[in-house]
Unconditional design. Structure first.
Length: 289
């Protein structure tokens, strides 16, 4: 656990700069946890492991995420932070607690490091009625919001609205309040990949995009382990969805035989498959050559 990163930099690069040179993964970090706090180093290790897998996913489907300084698109960055407790002096509090919210804003993905605490994360998963709540799941969901800004905003909004709904009406705040007051839409499984997808079109996009990355990652692992036909046809979304569904049914039964959560909780029915096709087209249109 003493080593957080297992990647390398070229020797000539590490000696040609006065300040330490970061690898192509750590270089995206803007903020890391306070390592003087007991347990934070272990949490950071888990976050970095999930982040490396995310970047592998993006390379797998050939999505761009490294942009030159003069490129107008938002630059990808990560903040890994903890809540700041209120400070007390004698018998009164002199400041309020600062709460860190996991989310995305203009290329900056923030993850609250408490998500690296398995017990706390599982408690939230159960309380929120989520099929999955994992570190890699957080990264895939938030990177989806990033790609909305990179690939959709001002570029493909009309077509996106035709698939996911009007993300300008209602407002995000109004939709958020309605969701937590009333819960997900009835019958959501007939049209959405998750309950949270029903909250707002932006979240439907993000949940579907994250599922696309789930699918690519699972098929990649299954292919390398010869569970399915190889090589995996990542250019054929119909093939991908068929293989993912068949593999998911089998793996879900194996997990259930061990009393574990379903590996693949999503059901790729008609409306969901249409959304997955849109995501696939979006990804293929942005492929790094």
């Amino acid at each position: 656990m003493s080593v957080i990163c297992n990647r390398c930099v070229r020797a000539e690069e590490s000696t040609s700069h006065e300040s330490p040179v970061l690898c192509d993964c750590c270089g995206f970090n803007q903020t890391i946890p306070d390592l003087t706090v007991t347990g934070n180093k272990e949490k950071w290790y888990r976050l970095e492991a999930a982040k490396r897998r995310l970047l592998y996913d993006l390379d797998l489907v050939r999505l761009p995420y490294r942009f030159e300084a003069d490129d107008p698109r938002p630059k990808l960055r990560f903040d890994f932070k903890a809540d700041v407790p209120a400070k007390k002096w004698l018998w009164w509090t002199i400041s309020t607690q600062e709460q860190v919210y996991t989310g995305h804003a203009n290329g900056l993905i923030t993850i609250n490091i408490r998500e690296a605490n398995d017990a706390l994360r599982e408690e939230k998963r159960v309380n929120f009625g989520e099929a999955h709540r994992t570190l890699i799941g957080h990264f895939r969901h938030e990177i989806a919001h990033y790609y909305f800004e990179v690939l959709v905003r001002g570029r493909d909004e009309d077509r996106c609205k035709s698939v996911f709904g009007d993300h300008d009406n209602p407002t995000y705040q109004d939709a958020l309040e309605a969701y937590y007051k009333n819960g997900p839409l009835l019958g959501w499984r007939e049209r959405f990949v998750s309950a949270y997808s029903t909250m707002h079109p932006w979240e439907d996009f993000a949940e579907t995009f994250a599922t696309y990355l789930d699918m690519a990652s699972v098929l990649d692992c299954a292919g390398h382990n010869r569970f399915i036909e190889t090589p995996v046809k990542f250019d054929d979304v119909e093939f991908m969805m068929t293989q993912y569904t068949a593999l998911g049914i089998g793996m879900n039964e194996i997990n259930r035989s061990m009393g574990l959560l379903d590996l693949v909780p999503e059901v790729l029915i008609g409306p969901v498959r249409e959304k997955m096709r849109y995501i696939h087209d979006l990804v293929k249109g942005a492929v790094v050559t």
